[in-house]
Every structure is written in C-alpha cells, then in structure tokens.
Design a protein around this ligand. Structure first.
Ligand code: NOJ
Ligand code: CA
Length: 559
C-alpha cells in the first residue's frame, strides 16, 4: 500500500453500555468449527476462539457473531441443534463459553450467538420423545406430523421438496411423516405449540443471562406455518404462491410470525442494554422492515449486495433502497458480501459476471468443476478489497465473514469424499454446496493445518492457503489483513450520524458519497484510472497512480 495510508489509527472500542452499539457495528462471523482448533482434533473450538481474541481485537471488530456451537451431529454444520442450552462437547463447555464471553468483552467486543428456531435436530430430546410417542400425542404436537396419503397411506403428505433437495417429508414407520424444510435431521417445530414458544424464551434468557449481547435468528421468516387440511397444495402451487408472499403463504413470511418476535422483543428488552437480534429473513424487500422494527427483532439482513455483481449501478440502487427501507423500519441496515452459505466474494468477483459474478451463478461455476481458467484470482481480490472499503464507509452494520480479511478465495476442489454439506449429498452431482467457504483458516504459512491446530483439519486446506496466512499478512502493510485493520480503525474514528449523500461524479462507473464530518468514499468500478476528488486520501484499496484512482479500487478521503 502506498504512503497515502492513514496509519495512526488507534482503535477505540465502542462505549460499553451504549444501547445503540449495534447500529453501525462491524460484526465478524465465526464459523466455530473452522476458525481455530485449540486441542488438535481437527475441529475448531471455543479454546481456539479464546486464544484468538487478541487477533480479533487487533482486527478492530465491534462484535462477533458465533455460528451454532451447540451439541450437534453436524448434519448441517451445527444448524441441527440437539440442545439449545449447552455447548457441543466436541468443541467446548459452558464454562469455556463464559471464559470466551468475558475475554471478548474485556477486549471491547460484543457477542451475538446464532439461534435456530425453525427446526431442532432429530436428536433433540423432544424429537426423540415424539418418535417414541403415538400419533396425536402431545409430544408429536411440538413438530409437524401428518399421515401418509395414497391407497395404503405410504406416500408422503405432499410432493414438497426440501431446500436441501429430496422430499420435505420423512416417514417414521407408523404411517406418519414429519416435515423438514431442510435436511431430514432437521424436523420443523410447530410454532403454534405454546411449549415451543415458551422454551425459546427460556433459551433467549439462558444466553442473555450469560452475557450474550445479541442473537442472529436463523430462518426467521419460516417459523409461522399454516398447513391446510388435506389435500395439501402441490409443490408447483406453492412455488406460484412464492411470487405473492403477501403474508399468507403457507410456509414463509406469514404475518403471524411477528407475534413471536413481539414476545421475543419483550424478553430482549428485560436486559440492560436490551439484547439485539438480527433476522435472517429471505423475504421481499418491502416486507423486511417489519422484522427490523424496534418492536420486532430490531434488525434484518439484506442479502442484496451478496447477490449482486461488482457493478456501480447495482450497488447504487441496492444501497439507496436499503437505506430507505432501514429508515422506514426505524432500524439501521446491514451489509454483507460473504457468509458460511455462499461462494466467497473474492471468487465471485473474479468470475465473468454471468458465469458467476453473483451467488447463484457462482454455484453454477462450482458445479462445473470450478474451472481455474475462468477465474481471475487477482481481479477478484482487487475488487473484494475495493468493495470492502465501500461497505465499511456505509451507514449501518457491516457483517464480515471469517477469512475474508485474509482475501481468501473459495476452495473449489474439495474431494467428494471430504465433503460435509448436506446439499451435496441430497442433490448429488447437482449442488456442490458450501464446504468451500468453510475450510479452516490458515494462521501460519507452514505446520500441520497451517496453524489452525495440531491435527489434520476437518476439511482439507489447499496449498495456496499458505499464501494467505495471518502470520504472513500481519507483517505486510500491503496485505488484505492490513487493509481491513486500518479501515476498521479509521471507520471507528470517522463514523458519525447514519447519513449518506451521493456526489454525482458524472461517470457511471464511479460511486462517490459523503458521510457527515467530511468523510468521502469513491469507488472506481471501471478499469481505467479516474481523477480523485478534492480532499486528503486516508486509505485506498490499491496504490494510487499519480493522484488518480485506478480501476477496481476505492479510496477514502477527508475534507
Ligand atoms: C441458514 C443457515 O445460514 C444455513 O447454514 C442453514 O443450513 C439453514 N439456515 C438451515 O438452518
Ligand atoms: Ca478442537
């Protein structure tokens, strides 16, 4: 990086009891089984996280979002929860959870945990009880059981397919089937059941009492369901209803789901400061504000940037729309390029736009074998660096996914025998799945599992991972890790009110906006250099060339 970098950036942690700490927080997502392995068994764990708190502190994030760490057989990476109020013994203990929370808090970092209310695992005590109990029993009433259909009642209640492929109904051997919108190991709860509702309030309190600052709510739009009496609609009919999604769809985004979150909000507000929650809600943009409202969960993800290509017009539209939606909800918005479910954005941006510049098309690229000849790794990373500076200059919360600060690409060539994602197995040969963004992080350039731990990692690391190791990047002022550290520290200093004013550069390839206090961000989405606006450059994603901003780059300036 050039001398234009602003280096004297002492990070000031956010004030501890500020109830609005989340509104413009930089939140770092940890996928615990792939972050750091403290005991050498190849699986990332809480001891590993505890040992890396200084890394997170130096990175300068305001909060950590911890993906599921609960007891789980890992049929879906931990999103199949056996017990909502415990830690998976494979990765730690409740005592270690408390040590981790304290260590994060001492470092000025908040903790958001994932909560998975749409379904439990099939090993949850309630589901075992349901299986052991007869048809019509209260134990079955906590899940969604139906009789089979057809002449001898052996056919599933409908032809619905699960999101991971295959039937959404699993027979239990006595003529009944249960609904699972995801894997068969993930039976859907019946949220009309008061016991289910009560139990999740107990879970929220359990973690909030332990000092957790917020919750990320998995499949938040799926809890309220209303299945008709027989016959159920066909899958095709349901798909048609998808387009409408006006609050009355049988499975998704029903209006009644908000009654659940009103109850949750009351519990979250029992705490000081109130606990936060962010909805993973795949809903039409116009219906997002309800999830994000202060009477509801309080914030909602938008996955618009994550689904977009690296394109000035698309970014501008998405940013404008989401700032408006956030204002309508009374919340702040969220931004995210990568998470544990999508092809890493350095890779997406290195693929030709229609061959893979967005998440759907990049899955297609994976499906076709992840052809290296199609991927421009350097361009992808260059754009990812430009994009993150743009994102970190926006009002709202920025969600970062572990490893993106190292400029990691997707691992496309995991052998089939090593794959873990249920989408791969249930849709063999069609869906490649999400393992390629879940490969354990490289901390050192050599050694077993590149410093992840002392044993072989649970997913194999490719040779090129060594080039991205934390160790190598820490000492290199031009590395992507250094860019993230400097940008996060600067963001803390420059961040003010949640306002943004566009500045028209007259060039459709350029996005330029100003934040209160005279903080500017300029991104050149084109490939030819452009003149920089007035101001002092404090950081840039690529070296400037004679006071020009090169292509695929962002600079921040102050007046
Ligand atoms: C969304 C999570 O992000 C994903 O990883 C998981 O497979 C599904 N929800 C089901 O829980
Ligand atoms: Ca371990």
């Amino acid at each position: 990086m050039s001398e234009t970098l602003f280096v004297n950036a002492e990070a000031e942690p956010l004030a501890e009891q500020d109830p609005n700490w989340w509104r413009q927080a930089a939140v770092y997502q940890i996928y615990p089984r792939s972050f750091a392995d403290g005991n050498g068994d190849g699986i990332g764990d809480l001891a590993g996280i505890i040992s890396r708190v200084p890394y997170l502190e130096a990175l300068g994030v305001d909060a950590v979002w911890l993906s599921p760490f609960y007891p789980s057989a890992l049929a879906d990476g931990g999103y199949d929860v056996d017990d909502y109020r415990d830690v998976d013994p494979k990765i730690g203990t409740l005592e270690q959870f408390d040590v981790m929370t304290r260590a994060l808090h001492d470092a000025g970092i908040k903790l958001i945990v994932d909560i998975v209310p749409n379904h439990s695992s099939n090993r949850h005590v309630w589901f075992r009880e349901a299986l052991a109990s007869p048809k019509g029993s209260p134990a079955r009433g906590r899940y969604i059981f139906r009789d089979g259909v057809g002449p001898d009642g052996t056919e599933p209640p409908s032809d619905w397919t699960s999101i991971f492929g295959g039937s959404a109904w699993e027979p239990v051997g006595d003529g009944q089937f249960y609904l699972h919108l995801f894997a068969p190991e993930q039976p859907d709860f019946n949220w009309d059941n008061p016991e289910v509702r009560e139990d999740f309030l107990t879970t929220l309190r359990f973690w909030a009492d332990r000092g957790v600052d917020g919750f990320r709510v998995d499949v938040a739009h799926g809890l309220a369901k209303k299945l008709t009496d027989d016959p159920l609609p066909t899958h095709a009919d349901l798909e048609l209803a998808e387009a409408v999604r006006d609050g009355a769809h049988m499975l998704w985004d029903r209006d009644e789901v908000h009654d659940i979150y009103t109850q949750w909000r009351a519990v979250l507000n029992e705490y000081d400061p109130p606990r936060t929650a962010v909805a993973e809600a795949w809903v039409h943009a116009s219906r997002r504000p309800r999830y994000a409202s202060p009477d509801g969960l309080g914030q909602a993800f938008n996955f618009d940037l994550l689904q977009a290509g690296f394109d000035a017009a698309e970014f501008r539209r998405i940013i404008g729309d989401n700032l408006e939606l956030a204002a309508r909800s009374g919340s702040s918005t969220t931004w995210v390029f990568s998470n544990h479910d999508v092809v890493r954005h350095a890779t997406r941006y290195g693929l030709p736009r229609h061959a893979g510049g967005d998440t759907t098309a990049s899955q297609e690229w994976l499906r076709q074998g992840g052809n290296e000849a199609v991927l421009d790794r350097a361009l992808g990373l260059r754009r990812a660096r430009a994009a993150i500076l743009l994102m970190l200059a926006l009002p709202g919360s920025a969600y970062l996914y572990q490893g993106e600060e190292l400029g990691l690409h997707e691992v496309a060539d995991i052998p089939d025998s090593a794959r873990q994602d249920p989408t791969f197995f249930r849709n063999a040969g069609v869906e490649i799945g999400r393992d390629g963004c879940r490969v354990p992080l490289p901390w050192t350039a050599s050694g077993p599992s590149l410093g992840f731990g002392d044993g072989a990692p649970h997913l194999p690391q490719p040779a090129w991972y060594a080039d991205h190791a934390v160790e190598a990047q820490t000492a290199d002022g031009t590395s992507t890790l250094s860019l993230y550290r400097e940008a996060l520290a600067l963001r803390r200093r420059l961040q003010g009110d949640e306002e943004l004013a566009w500045i028209d550069s007259g060039d459709p390839r350029v996005l330029h906006f100003r934040r209160p206090g005279g903080w500017h961000s300029v991104t050149n989405f084109g490939s030819a250099p452009i003149p920089l606006p007035a101001g002092s450059v404090v950081i840039s994603s690529a070296p400037l060339t004679e006071q020009q901003l090169p292509g695929n780059a962002t600079a921040w300036l102050v007046e």
